[in-house]
Design a protein around this ligand. Structure first.
Ligand SMILES: Cc1cc2nc3c(=O)[nH]c(=O)nc-3n(C[C@H](O)[C@H](O)[C@H](O)COP(=O)(O)O)c2cc1C
Length: 177
């Protein structure tokens, strides 16, 4: 890589961490940290997936996916689902996770995750870079009453982190009720 590329890449490395999520489609699970909020209305999120992933083919084919938010205690399952390919493995079995039928999508969601967001793909953003971004409109939601956003997990540059301390703002109890 050129010095200029290395210098520009340092800019990417300087970014803070991103939420880690399980992306499910059909009966497969992958892990993504290239994940972001996209729109409040309609409520939409986006996820960046490399085209060589099995999940990329499945999302392109079905036009749907689910975002399943893991907790810190599921790090072992993140390692499994984020390294094996669904072309060769049943990751529900390998990670001891339970597939649960979606409410509005044909794909499964993960029963053990406290938040499941069922999405239909509304945009696919091709770019001559590493990831293709799928924008998903959230059409059904399942949230465990005991879910706390502090339980989520962040990731960037090989580092797993917990969510940071709140500096200012309202409590989750006020925001999510
Ligand atoms: C913490 C973590 C974050 C990851 N983030 C992404 C991501 O944002 N996009 C991506 O394409 N792959 C990402 N991966 C890699 C995929 O999860 C991994 O290659 C997986 O085995 C793909 O599964 P599949 O081939 O069954 O779709 C990540 C892996 C880990 C462990």
């Amino acid at each position: 890589m050129s010095d200029r590329h290395n210098d520009l890449f340092r800019g990417i490395m300087a970014l803070p961490s991103f939420p880690v999520v399980f992306v499910t489609v059909e009966r497969n699970i992958m892990v993504a940290a290239a994940f972001h909020f996209y729109s409040f209305d309609p409520p939409s999120v986006m996820v960046g997936i490399k085209p060589d992933k099995h999940s990329y083919s499945l999302i392109s084919k079905t036009g749907e996916f689910a975002i399943n938010i893991p907790t810190k205690s599921q790090l072992d399952k993140i390692r499994i689902c984020g390294s094996l390919s669904g072309r060769d493995e049943d990751k529900y079995a390998r990670a001891s996770l339970t597939p649960s039928k979606g409410q509005i999508i044909d794909s499964y969601v993960i029963k053990e995750c406290p938040v499941n967001l069922e999405c239909k793909v509304v945009h696919q953003i091709e770019y001559p870079g590493t990831h293709v971004w799928f924008v998903g409109e959230i059409r059904a939601v399942c949230i465990d009453d005991n879910y706390r956003r502090d339980d989520a997990l962040m990731f960037w540059l090989g580092q797993f982190r917990s969510v940071g301390a709140m500096i200012e703002g309202s409590s989750d109890q006020e925001l999510l009720r």
